[in-house]
Write a protein that binds this ligand. Structure first.
Ligand SMILES: *[C@@H]1O[C@H](CO)[C@@H](O)[C@H](O)[C@H]1NC(C)=O
Ligand SMILES: *[C@@H]1O[C@H](CO)[C@@H](O)[C@H](O)[C@H]1NC(C)=O
Ligand SMILES: *[C@@H]1O[C@H](CO)[C@@H](O)[C@H](O)[C@H]1NC(C)=O
Ligand SMILES: *[C@@H]1O[C@H](CO)[C@@H](O)[C@H](O)[C@H]1NC(C)=O
Ligand SMILES: *[C@@H]1O[C@H](CO)[C@@H](O)[C@H](O)[C@H]1NC(C)=O
Length: 426
């Protein structure tokens, strides 16, 4: 068995041996807050704050209910929770600059409005928006500064992904102060993501004084037919992308996402009142991701304190069906041959131990060091098998437990590449 990431973890340990002033935010889809009361916001904020997240980047589409009442609830809850908020305007919707300026101005004096850097400007981000052109953003900034509100603009212009385009981004957009690299999954390739995009754009924006915001995401799978059917290779992403963040040392880490259920990268709980339409519930309902927050908490604590935590826990994730199974409805997502048919487990240990993973006739062991390591066991050919995880030292079991869902070979009713996530002890 291969301890997948033991070597990289050891290297990272030295690099991160200092207290880091990084802020960690989670990308929050305000579109999904339609049914929210203020207490729903408060619950999400408490859950996020408990694992070290400083605030939410509010992905605002142009819906009336997001602007009122939801932003009012969000800021009221954040003020009470001592939690921070900044806007990530979703520019794939149609916006005009006066509307954006009005929204920014409305809560600009809130204690929950996140301010960045020595200028103490309000941080404003986007999802996409490069097609609006620089004049849109220079106009927005001057409108606001005319009202005594200075902003630091760090957009996610998503067509800028190629490292060689970083200089062109800067010359095309003199108004931007920072940059948010949205791309936290491999780009339709059966290979791991590298930090090439991160380091190129981080270097390019340095002279502008705004933040380099690095996205960290656990997964990417969507099966909405006209809304997109794809999976990106994410098997060990939730481990190695955090390690990449420790190496890149961005100014802000943005977890993508808290609650984008349809793309399967939510780390928040599934709120049963959120209307996910007709297709997303077929692969989201029951597919709890809560234990991914334990991994985030581990890395955030390590990142902020410089000290590696000493927890004793195994977090696992796996898809419910092998990729070759034919399902009765839905469609096979693009890149469906990329994910490995396997149960993945991440050990967070205070001292060396033996990890045993088994499912059906498959079993594998690895010698896990103190700290983090990852391993996997391939799916068996038998139907309806539940994985088993055991941590032992000197031949004696320390703790063990079972996965919360079986891996099936038959009876698939919808193509689902969203993993179930859990932990042992649970
Ligand atoms: C400002 O906030 C109030 C209270 O939530 C809301 O009613 C109003 O629509 C908001 N105005 C703008 C321009 O966002
Ligand atoms: C906004 O920025 C300008 C130019 O840097 C500065 O003169 C002004 O004091 C700032 N205003 C506030 C309210 O910080
Ligand atoms: C991705 O990285 C992991 C180690 O983190 C490695 O085991 C795996 O083989 C890599 N995947 C590919 C497709 O290269
Ligand atoms: C894994 O470890 C268990 C318990 O320590 C042992 O019984 C089993 O034979 C090992 N399996 C393999 C494949 O090494
Ligand atoms: C897998 O099979 C088991 C046993 O038949 C069943 O209880 C379970 O609901 C099935 N899981 C899925 C996701 O269909």
């Amino acid at each position: 068995m291969i301890p997948l990431s033991t070597l990289t973890v050891a290297a990272v340990l030295c690099a991160a041996n200092a207290v880091n002033a990084v802020n960690v935010f989670a990308h929050f889809m305000a579109q999904n807050s339609y049914s929210y009361s203020q207490s729903d916001w408060a619950n999400d904020m408490t859950t996020a704050k408990n694992i070290g997240i400083d605030g939410f980047a509010l992905n605002i589409a142009a819906n009336d209910y997001e602007i009122s009442p939801q932003l009012g609830y969000a800021f009221a809850a954040a003020e009470q929770a001592d939690f921070k908020l900044f806007y990530s305007f979703d520019m794939s919707y149609s916006w005009d600059a006066p509307t954006i300026a009005g929204i920014i101005a409305n809560y600009s004096t809130s204690s929950a409005a996140f301010r960045y850097g020595s200028d103490n400007n309000l941080l404003v981000s986007t999802y996409s928006g490069e097609n609006n052109g620089d004049s849109f953003y220079s106009g927005l900034k001057s409108t606001l500064s005319g009202q005594g509100i200075n902003i630091t603009l760090a957009p996610a212009f998503t067509s800028y992904r190629d490292p060689s385009q970083a200089d062109s981004l800067m010359s095309t957009f003199p108004s931007i102060d920072g940059f948010f690299n949205w791309w936290s999954w491999p780009a339709d390739v059966n290979a791991n993501l590298t930090t090439d995009t991160d380091t190129a754009y981080q270097a390019a924006v340095k002279s502008r004084g705004g933040p380099y915001i690095m996205a960290v995401s656990p997964w990417q799978f969507k099966n909405l037919d006209s809304g997109g059917d794809w999976v990106e290779y994410s098997d060990t992403l939730w481990d190695y992308r955090w390690q990449q963040a420790l190496q890149v040392q961005p100014d802000i880490i943005e977890i993508v996402t808290w609650n984008d259920y349809a793309e399967s990268h939510y780390i928040g709980d599934i709120n049963p009142n959120v209307d996910l339409g007709t297709q997303a519930p077929l692969y989201v309902d029951g597919f709890v991701h809560a234990a991914w927050r334990d991994v985030a908490q581990y890395y955030i604590s390590w990142f902020k304190s410089g000290n590696q935590p000493t927890t004793e826990e195994v977090v696992y994730w796996y898809r419910p069906y092998p990729k070759g199974v034919t399902c009765s409805t839905g469609s096979l997502p693009r890149n469906s041959d990329f994910p490995a048919d396997a149960v993945f487990a991440m050990a967070m240990l205070s001292s060396e131990a033996t990890l045993t993973l088994s499912i059906g006739s498959q079993q594998t062991n690895w010698s896990a060091p103190a700290g983090l390591s990852m391993g996997y066991v391939p799916f068996p050919t038998e139907d309806a098998q539940v994985p088993y995880f055991e941590v032992s030292r000197s031949g004696s079991k320390v703790f063990d437990g079972y996965g919360s869902l079986s891996v099936n070979q038959t009876g698939c009713s919808y193509y689902n590449f969203n993993p179930i996530v859990g932990k042992v002890p649970n």
